[in-house]
Design a protein around this ligand. Structure first.
Ligand SMILES: *Cc1c(COP(=O)(O)O)cnc(C)c1O
Length: 354
């Protein structure tokens, strides 16, 4: 029998594109919102000691009990709420979607936004309802709520702040969505250390709200850890859709160690916030460059010719994210790096705009 995937593979998977990451070896890597700072050497040694003591022949604790307790304390999760851990928040997005994907159910989100929401809707057979942001990437809360009344989505994703725009929607607009919701609303707070705004303390007010976080943008993208906070009634159901050992022993131990030294990562985030302001001002001063105000660790730029600028940046060894397309014409997204990296970016950018 000839091998023919076209006949066997589900059509939505045949139609999908795999997530691709460009080769970054030797580049100044400003495309993926990573924290540019590593842990201080003495912390790295201590962490190695901690990991050294693990029994890797044993399965990890399946729910990450110790880590959940540490997160609940350090991240001020309100009393009465529970946590679910994921292999990155991508894993949790998949778990939530999978759980709520009843036949005919809809997922709603403003666009442009994080691509994983729509990707998971399609893979799980949910109807994806993408509502465009205004031209300046602000949320038209009135229009969004009106659409919610028509579609009655089982699931709404709001990235707070939004990726790839960096925009933090006004609290009132998010509240309007929460009040109108008949389904689950996920506030994706991947960038909360940079925005310093959160709905975590307000979880108790809204029965349909869950707050999604990750340690990736905080400086631990390599360990893959996301966490979801919400009412026990929701967490209980989502927990059933989780793979039994989705957060490995190395990740659990490394995250517990990092939380004991959270102030180190928070100080790095503070440096990045300061650099964001300086880099934003310097980029905005370049001819033809518009910078969207950002509450995250990256900046969205509009340039005269994004494809050309991207190619010229690459040639100079600088990797940014080119978002040029119908919904984001001539837009580039650049991660805030170290002061040295940002200087290299600025110098390369001046050349790239020629
Ligand atoms: C980066 C990002 C994530 C993914 O986080 P991981 O924990 O690394 O999977 C989730 N949501 C948004 C909005 C992001 O920008």
């Amino acid at each position: 029998m000839p091998l023919n995937p076209q006949e066997l593979v589900r059509p939505e998977i045949l139609a999908a594109k795999a997530y691709e990451v460009p080769e970054a070896e030797g580049m100044v890597k400003l495309d993926a919102m990573e924290n540019p700072y590593s842990l201080p050497p003495e912390m790295r040694r201590e962490l190695a000691e901690v990991l050294c003591g693990l029994e890797l022949n044993r399965y990890p604790e399946p729910t990450g009990k110790k880590l959940r307790d540490a997160l609940a304390r350090r991240m001020q999760v309100p009393a009465g709420m529970e946590l679910l851990l994921g292999n990155g928040s991508d894993d949790l997005i998949q778990i939530i979607t999978f759980t709520l994907a009843r036949p005919g159910a809809a997922m709603m989100y403003p666009v442009p936004t994080f691509v994983m929401y729509g990707a998971n809707a399609r893979l799980s057979g949910m109807k994806a309802v993408a509502v465009p942001l205004r031209d300046d990437f602000s949320l038209d809360a009135g229009a969004f709520v009106e659409r919610m009344r028509a579609e009655r989505p089982a699931l709404v994703f709001i990235a707070y702040p939004n990726n790839p725009t960096g925009t933090l929607y006004p609290e009132e607009d998010v509240l309007a969505v929460l009040r109108a919701a008949e389904g689950v609303v996920v506030l994706d707070e991947a960038y909360h250390v940079f925005a310093q705004k959160s709905f975590m303390p307000r979880l108790t007010e809204f029965p349909n709200l869950v707050v999604l976080r990750t340690v990736s943008k905080l400086g631990l993208a390599g360990i893959r850890l996301g966490y979801l906070a919400g009412r026990p009634e929701w967490i209980r159901e989502f927990n059933k859709a989780r793979q039994a050992y989705n957060v490995n022993a190395l990740t659990q131990a490394a995250a517990i160690y990092a939380l004991e030294h959270l102030e180190v990562l928070e100080e790095q985030a503070a440096r990045i916030r300061k650099e964001r302001a300086a880099l934003g001002a310097a980029l905005a001063a370049l001819p033809g460059v518009k910078v969207v105000p950002s509450e995250a660790n990256f900046l969205l730029l509009r340039v005269p010719d994004a494809d050309r600028a991207d190619a010229r940046l690459r040639r100079q060894g600088v990797l940014v994210k080119n978002l040029n397309g119908p919904s984001m014409p001539n837009c580039l997204r650049v991660t805030v790096g170290t002061p040295d990296e940002n200087r290299i970016l600025l110098t390369a950018f001046r050349e790239a705009l020629q």
